[in-house]
Design a protein around this ligand. Sequence first.
Ligand SMILES: Cc1cc2nc3c(=O)[nH]c(=O)nc-3n(C[C@H](O)[C@H](O)[C@H](O)COP(=O)(O)O)c2cc1C
Length: 330
Amino acid sequence: MVKIGNLELGEFPLLLAPMEDVSDPPFRAVCKQNGADLMYTEFISSEGLIRDAAKSVQKLDIFEYERPIGIQIFGNEIESMREAAAIAAAAGPDILDINYGCPVHKVACKGAGAGILLDIDKMVSMTAEIVKAVNIPVTVKTRLGWSHDTIRIVEVAERLQDVGIQAISIHARTRQQMYKGEADWSYLNKVKENPRLHIPVFGNGDIDSPQKAAEYRRKYNVDGMMIGRASIGYPWIFDEIKHFFKTGEQLPAPDLSERIAVTKKHLDFSVKWKGEKLGILEMRRHYTNYFRGMPNFKTYRTRMVTKESYEEVAAILEEVKEVFADHQFS
Ligand SMILES: Cc1cc2nc3c(=O)[nH]c(=O)nc-3n(C[C@H](O)[C@H](O)[C@H](O)COP(=O)(O)O)c2cc1C
């Protein structure tokens, strides 16, 4: 049984990765319904939280049915991160997660996200302060290192454990790689082989099928896996992986009515939670994946992404339901 503090997460939990502008409450609702064992919010700026910026504060919204849920924060100032951690913890999550992995220039080059991998002493001090500031488990999400030549993930995991984190998720790329090349999970083996390390280690990077999940589970000895991009427009990935672990068999692909139902639930929640304009806009990235494999869907997608009202998009979804009623997904 994998545990983070008192949270029991089953034998091999599947985590929904934090993803900016993706892993918001509407998306989390459909991932939860399809088997995600632990979910994280998208990252939230510590400076935004301290300044009470509406955009940051809205990201603290969590719901009872989402538990266990972690809130993720990022920043480069220890004091701001301490304060932000306390604000985030007051929103009532089960876990507080620290982002030490974001590679984007405006974050990493200010020393936040993956930028802190250039100053591991500061990373350890910041983590220690955050652990002291909250009374819920603190977890960390990070990358292998800043660059291939500076990978010190085995030491990093142990030092962060020693200042009190209760689990670590590792995206098996360096900051320099951004999203290029393949994630190199062999480093996860090295982290797990450290006899001093006893916290759960979750592997992350490139899991996009039940077969790959099973192969990586076998090869890399991790305690669970975190899934990001493969869940976008395909939240069924969580239950498909679980089913494959249990039976060695692939679940049938979700049929059209299931896809419409999930898309509709996602859309309805987006509009309710973000307002019509933003809700419609941010749904656009999901349609291709929800209906992947359907020939000639593109014309419907093009129409969906140019409409601005909920009624128009919902009407096209109804049309899709009729036009493609006989389509078999494989
Ligand atoms: C659109 C997008 C937004 C992301 N935002 C975050 C974030 O807010 N916090 C974070 O720790 N990682 C973020 N990531 C990284 C993912 O959590 C994950 O580490 C990465 O996508 C690799 O996993 P995957 O191959 O399963 O997608 C983001 C990734 C994507 C694609």
